[in-house]
Write a protein that binds this ligand. Structure first.
Ligand code: NI
Ligand code: MN
Length: 227
């Protein structure tokens, strides 16, 4: 599984010959300008964790250029985009489905999930993706939750993206505890620095992890991880 960080909470996963975009927020992210071209993205799937603008902004734009693309999210989000002509696969918390690129489980997150127009976006979630013999946890926007402990009971994880920007989600301190809950010594942080309210001190965040006997990776836009 190859995962590229596209900025904020946006990821491009390549596995089993398929391309999967997670939480596309590229055209609205000043830090992505000149680095990621949203209109040249080729994708078979878009996975959306919740309905907030900074996770769905480019869903329709990418779908318009990728006929046959399928949206995977909770029931309400798939229904919302279904009314806008995008084909989707609805899921809900605790459920798994075998797609042609691997198995996806929609897992709990503690957050909110309204669309920018105020309509209901269901309950927010995260994803566990099992593909090519590896398992990746994408936490989405979430607080630290004891539910995270149940993930490695079901699936031994190889990698995880955890929000570390604080204010709207976990900060580095909670994320270090989350890393422990999910059974990983090394995690990748995301959802940081994009806006003033989620700017973090990188050295301090890494030190918090180091003191907990863990490692925090803070990716730059475009960085690629082989999982
Ligand atoms: Ni959010
Ligand atoms: Mn967010």
């Amino acid at each position: 599984m190859k995962v590229q960080f596209l900025g904020h909470a946006s990821l491009l996963i390549e596995s089993e010959g398929k391309k999967i975009i997670v939480d596309p927020f590229i055209s609205g992210n000043p830090a992505a300008q000149g680095k990621i071209d949203v209109d040249s993205i080729v994708a078979d799937y878009i996975l959306v964790t919740h309905a907030h603008q900074d996770h769905i902004l480019d869903v329709e734009r990418i779908a318009a250029r990728n006929p046959g693309l399928k949206l995977v999210s909770n029931f309400e989000i798939v229904n919302y985009f279904g009314q806008r002509g995008i084909d989707g696969h609805p899921m809900n918390h605790g459920g798994s489905w075998d797609f042609d690129f691997g198995r996806v489980t929609y897992v709990n997150a503690i957050h909110t999930s309204s669309f920018p127009d105020g309509s209901y976006g269901g309950q927010p979630g995260g994803f566990v993706i099992e593909s090519e013999g590896k398992a990746l946890y994408i936490a989405g926007d979430t607080a630290l939750t004891y539910d995270m402990k149940t993930i490695p009971m079901m699936t031994r994880l190889d990698a995880a993206f955890l929000p570390v920007g604080d204010n709207f989600t976990m900060g580095p301190g909670s994320a270090a505890i989350a890393a422990d809950f999910i059974g990983l010594d090394r995690v990748i942080g995301y959802h940081f620095d994009t806006f003033d309210l989620i700017k973090i001190d990188h050295a301090e965040a890494k030190e918090i992890f180091r003191k907990a006997g863990k490692e925090l990776i803070l990716p730059s836009i475009g960085d690629i991880f082989e999982i």
